[in-house]
Design a protein around this ligand. Structure first.
Ligand code: FES
Ligand SMILES: [Fe+2]
Length: 346
């Protein structure tokens, strides 16, 4: 087993809203399941299991009415491409076009969906329990007059969700990125003051990280902060303040137990000058993207160490893991090794 960690439950970003336009169905694969996201012609978004309970057609594939591929949305319903059974947004069959009777057993699992902060979220729980919290609204990500339009990045990583999320608590690793930052600016690596975790507090479902991080610049040190508020496993808002004020919505979503997608949405505080703001925003987004890309081979090739040998100057790794474990419905009692390693190289 690559990871002993179950898939977490929570709200997860399955798409950006415009990826699921009105009247369209889109095949997706998350939570180890084939899924179909679709939007009624009136605009309501839905996420359902993909396979028709009649004879198993994928509801997100087939020949669309206009000749394009994709399931057929009709009004506020989804029509199966194989025999045209009609399903509503809750996954109930509402019409069998060649029969008077409906088979009431023919129900497709549907997932609660919310569109917020420029993203489309679905609630996943392995045993279908109802949502246990709501996603907070973040004004800066909702056409805020003082912030730029949003920028996006999207990654798929061969690792478990927890390994990516742990980065928030890994202060010593954040420092590694700072060294890269210094090198790029021609500053002696390692000469900046150490970043400092000022606060890390956790509840259910939130966690709150307050991180003091001075940024080296050619004009000297600039006070700065990296503050992250997570709401469940799939919604983390990070504020980078100091050099420029930027906000990042980081949404990790399990594709399956060993694979995670990471979607990031960025907005930068408007500097009053459009060209300057755009260049700062693009540089910032590329900087964060570059750091993420650097981390991918680390995440994909590392072992999951159950009882890590930590130093007293490490970040609150174990406190983070305790927070993370709250989202595992199956628990962690089955863990019986000290370390879980990648497969042998081929
Ligand atoms: S398989 Fe879907 S209607 Fe028959
Ligand atoms: Fe990193």
């Amino acid at each position: 087993m690559r990871y002993p960690l179950p898939m977490p439950f929570g709200w997860f970003q399955v798409a950006w809203p415009d990826e699921v336009p009105a009247g369209k169905a889109v095949p997706l694969y998350y939570f180890g399941r084939h899924l179909v996201a679709w939007r009624g012609e009136e605009g309501t978004p839905h996420l359902m299991d993909a396979f028709c309970p009649h004879l198993g057609s994928h509801l997100g594939y087939g020949l669309g009415e206009d000749g394009s591929h994709g399931g057929n949305v009709s009004g506020c319903n989804l029509v199966c491409p194989l025999h045209n059974w009609v399903f509503d947004g809750d996954g109930n069959v509402v019409e069998v076009p060649y029969s008077e009777r409906l088979n009431k057993r023919a129900k497709v699992r549907s997932y609660p969906v919310v569109e917020r902060n420029g993203a489309m979220f679905a609630w996943y729980h392995p045993t279908d329990e109802a949502p246990k919290w709501e996603i907070p609204e973040v004004p800066e990500l909702n056409d805020h007059p003082e912030f730029t339009k949003t920028y996006r990045k999207h990654y798929k990583v061969k690792t478990h969700w927890q390994e990516i999320a742990e980065t928030v608590a890994d202060a010593a690793h954040v420092q590694q990125h700072l060294v890269e930052f210094e090198k790029n600016l021609g500053i002696e690596p390692g000469t900046s003051p150490k970043p400092k975790v000022e606060e890390y507090s956790t509840t259910f479902p939130d966690s709150r990280m307050r991180f003091y991080q001075p940024f080296p610049t050619p004009r000297g040190l600039v006070e700065g902060r990296i503050d992250t508020d997570s709401c469940g496993p799939g919604h983390a808002v990070t504020w980078f303040t100091g050099l420029v004020d930027t906000i990042t919505l980081g949404c990790a979503i399990p594709v399956d137990q060993d694979t995670t997608e990471l979607r990031m949405t960025f907005a930068v505080r408007d500097l009053g000058d459009e060209a300057l703001t755009t260049s700062v925003a693009e540089a910032f987004v590329e900087g964060i993207a570059g750091q993420t890309v650097e981390d991918v081979p680390i995440w994909e090739n590392k072992a999951y160490v159950v009882k890590p040998a930590l130093s007293d100057a490490d970040g609150p790794i174990m406190k983070f893991r305790k927070w993370a474990a709250q989202f595992y419905a199956e628990g962690l009692d089955h863990i019986d090794r000290d370390q879980y390693e990648p497969a042998a190289p081929v």
